[in-house]
Each structure stands twice: as structure tokens, then as C-alpha cells.
Design a protein around this ligand. Structure first.
Ligand code: IMP
Ligand code: MG
Length: 179
């Protein structure tokens, strides 16, 4: 692993493939214990979480279902983006044990605005599992039940996360190189 260039920026290795996979296996074991016999429904948020969701789901040792939604944050002339649902939920979540899967919590705005869409439908329970959390950047507070990595407030890419569309297929997580 070494320095890479994506679009106009340089990135340095941050979390190795082995470390990510190890953490995801631990998380899958924990969730398998916590949801034994509950047949949880995983709701993965596209695009960023698709690789995390796939790797985690493969490691589960219990009966479980998964579905996908797509949220997009559009930035107009204002500095704050507004979160819209680009592909909605097509599964009945009433009385289900829901686990939301998200790639990263940065400001927290995306999930904060989306959560009522889940809780309004009276699921039996809702928990949130994230690959990455940047607590220094988080302005919208809500409980995060499972976190793989707590990271500093620096832009990252790889393992599903992109920089302007590119970098999602990189197997490690890279961090913006500030020279
Ligand atoms: P929020 O600020 O918590 O609403 O994060 C919104 C979305 O921005 C996340 O779901 C990611 O898709 C994206 N995002 C936030 N931080 C990063 C980053 O460091 N790298 C790549 N995408 C990010
Ligand atoms: Mg995302």
C-alpha cells in the first residue's frame, strides 16, 4: 500500500483490508448473538454502504433479511445539503427488528433526517451499525449502536466510500493526504 491519486487529490493508506475484515467478522459475531431468533431486517443505505453491507451480511450466522434504500444529499446554493430519498423502502418493517447499515457518520444529517421514516412505521426495534464514525464532525446526535472504527475528522475513501464517484472499489480505506 502506498500513496494514491484520485481526481486531483492524494490519499495515504489508513485502515488495511485485513483490519477491516477482522472488525467486520467481530461485528457479525456480536450481531448474531444479539439477534439470535429475531430474524432482523438489515436496511443498507446506498451507495456508500454496499461493500460493508455485503461483507457483514455474509458473515452472519443467523436468519436475516436485507433490503436497500438510496439517500442523496443535494447541495444547492445553501451550504447545508438537504437529504432526499432517491430509492425508498419497499419492505414492511412493522414489528421487525431493523438494523440500519451506513458507511460513515460525518455530520449525522443523513441518518438524522432519515430515521423518522423508519420509526414512523413502528418497527419492533431499531439499531444503527456504521463502518466509520467521525465524532468531531457530528452535529446531529442519536445513538449509534455498533461502530467499527472511530476516526478523526479527515476525508476518507475506499471500501465503498468515494471521492466524487471514484475510489469505491479500493479494498483498504485511505485518508486525504494533507501536505
Ligand atoms: P453525514 O454528514 O453524516 O450526513 O454524511 C453524509 C454522507 O456523506 C455519508 O453517508 C457519506 O456517503 C458521505 N461522506 C461523509 N464523510 C465522508 C468521507 O470522509 N468520505 C467519503 N464520503 C463521506
Ligand atoms: Mg453514505
Amino acid at each position: 500500500m502506498s500513496l494514491i491519486k484520485v481526481h486531483d487529490r492524494e490519499f495515504v493508506p489508513f485502515i488495511s483490508e485485513a483490519t477491516i475484515q477482522h472488525k467486520i467478522k467481530d461485528l457479525a459475531e456480536q450481531i448474531s448473538k444479539d439477534y439470535q431468533g429475531k430474524r432482523p431486517l438489515f436496511v443498507a443505505i446506498l451507495n456508500g454502504s454496499f461493500i460493508f453491507a455485503s461483507d457483514l451480511f455474509k458473515q452472519l450466522e443467523i436468519e436475516a433479511e436485507i433490503c436497500f434504500i438510496k439517500l442523496a444529499s443535494y447541495k444547492g446554493t445553501k451550504s447545508t445539503g438537504h437529504v432526499v430519498t432517491a430509492i425508498g423502502l419497499d419492505t414492511d418493517i412493522t414489528d421487525r427488528h431493523v438494523v440500519i447499515l451506513e458507511d460513515i457518520i460525518d455530520t449525522g444529517k443523513t441518518l438524522y433526517e432519515f430515521l423518522p421514516q423508519i420509526t414512523n412505521q413502528r418497527p419492533a426495534s431499531v439499531r444503527i451499525a456504521v463502518l466509520l464514525h467521525k465524532p468531531e464532525a457530528t452535529k446531529y446526535q442519536f445513538p449509534i449502536d455498533y461502530t467499527c472504527f472511530t476516526i478523526p475528522n479527515k476525508f476518507v475513501l475506499g471500501y465503498g466510500l468515494d471521492y466524487d464517484g471514484l475510489g469505491r472499489n479500493i479494498r483498504e480505506i485511505y485518508q486525504l493526504h494533507e501536505s
